[in-house]
Write a protein that binds this ligand. Structure first.
Ligand code: FAD
Length: 374
């Protein structure tokens, strides 16, 4: 049984482990170079919140004990107001309810290493898929073709495979872009490696129509993300000089700014990322299936994109047993079962943007959260 996986990102590398566990021959084709040799290419969030859906898949594969030590527990939200006061809103009733901040690159590389422990797994780097013959299960690359029995497309929100499915009438898709974009900044560690803010919190500076968040990294730093309108009076478009960017931060995030010695350098080096909700359907074309962001990319405010992608792999794996490797039937059942849930998480993610950037400041909301949990 020969499996082709297009895209060796988070979903692709996890799926590779699932397929390898079945003793299949697994070939993963990744557009980028091997980050374990050349360093992880940025461009997306540096760290992510890993929670129950994602952990369930890692546990199912027996690798959670290896992955979770790479993460830092975040037990609640730390709300920073304009005066620099901090209010902690726990995620749950006790210490055992938390989400995990984990490095994207570290997680991806750990999953690739785990997949490669299986002898029939092979990664091909700098190998972008160009096209697929869906009827014949052939994947096309620049210099060669690959004949597979079954093909999984985990090539992310801009999936070329989905694009080809749409062109050939197998799938319809639509992306709604937000008026907000994001930019990453950094709060470094103290010189002795200590954290400058509470390390067990997801920090939020909510300012109604925009916000700043910070997630801890193992090295004592925080990855800080500014979510802001792309256009308008106070927007990425108008923060176009170091002076204007500093003034804006001084006005809205003075306590965070004081912790960012390389603020201007980071602000003008790091790009503004787009945010959008991608919905597509159907996800199957004969024996090719879209999974993860390639099928359903969502805005990051619920911290569920990767988690939902891991859940895709978990659920698919269960159906392979149930339908005895009848791939077209498995894909049909999978997409029918899964679509409503991924649509729901997409809507919740959009709703949570309003809660994070606005409602968390409300005293009634804060009181309610605390009463709910204590
Ligand atoms: P990707 O991670 O995008 O991987 C796709 C892979 O395919 C890449 O390696 C790419 O190089 C490769 N590729 C692309 N085209 C080709 C091609 N033609 N041929 C071969 N390979 C190709 N999710 C969470 O769960 N928690 C969070 O806290 C969270 N925070 C986020 C913050 C931000 C700012 C953003 C933007 C996203 C966040 N997400 C979060 C979402 C998460 O990043 C995605 O849901 C997740 O990366 C999806 O994994 P994937 O493998 O489907 O796609």
């Amino acid at each position: 049984m020969k499996v082709a996986i297009i895209g060796g990102g988070l979903a692709g590398s996890l799926l590779a482990v699932y397929m390898a566990r079945r003793n299949y021959e697994v070939h993963i084709f990744e557009k980028r170079p091997d980050s374990r040799k050349v360093g992880y290419e940025g461009g997306r969030s540096i760290n992510l919140a890993l929670s129950h859906r994602g952990i369930r898949a890692l546990e199912d594969l027996g690798v959670a004990d290896e992955i979770l030590p790479l993460a830092i527990r975040m037990r609640g939200r730390m709300i920073h107001d304009l005066q620099g006061r901090q209010t902690f809103l726990p995620y749950g009733k006790d210490e055992n309810e938390y989400i995990n901040s984990i490095s994207r690159g570290g997680l991806n590389e750990a999953l690739m290493n785990i997949a490669e422990r299986y002898p029939k797994v092979k990664f091909y780097f700098e190998c972008p898929c160009l096209d697929i013959d869906f009827e014949q299960n052939i994947v096309y690359f620049k210099d060669f073709n690959f004949q597979a029995d079954v093909i999984f497309a985990t090539d992310g929100a801009g999936s070329i495979v989905r694009q080809k499915m749409v062109e050939r009438g197998f799938c319809k898709d639509n992306t709604d872009f937000l008026a907000h974009g994001y930019k990453e900044l950094e709060i470094p560690a103290r010189s002795n490696g200590e954290f400058l803010l509470d390390k067990h919190s997801l920090h939020i500076w909510a300012r109604d129509s925009f916000m700043l968040i910070a997630l801890p990294n193992l090295n004592g730093s925080f990855t800080v993300t500014l979510f802001l309108q792309n256009e308008g009076e106070e927007s990425f478009a108008t923060l176009n000089t170091p002076y204007k960017a500093r003034q804006f931060f001084q006005k809205y995030f003075p306590d965070a700014l004081a912790l960012m010695p390389d603020f201007e350098v980071d602000f003008f080096r790091n790009p503004v990322g787009l945010l959008g909700t991608l919905k597509s359907y159907p996800w199957k074309a004969h024996k090719t299936l879209l999974l993860g962001d390639a099928a359903h990319a969502i805005v990051p405010f619920y911290g569920q994109g990767m988690n939902a992608s891991f859940e895709d792999c978990y659920l698919l794996d269960k159906l392979i047993d149930e339908y005895n490797q009848e791939w077209e039937q498995i894909f049909e059942v999978y997409q029918k079962q899964r679509k409503k849930d991924t649509d729901a998480i997409a809507d919740l993610a959009l709703e949570n943007f309003i809660e994070m950037r606005d409602k968390v400041n409300d005293e009634d909301f804060q009181r309610m959260r605390k009463l709910e949990y204590f």
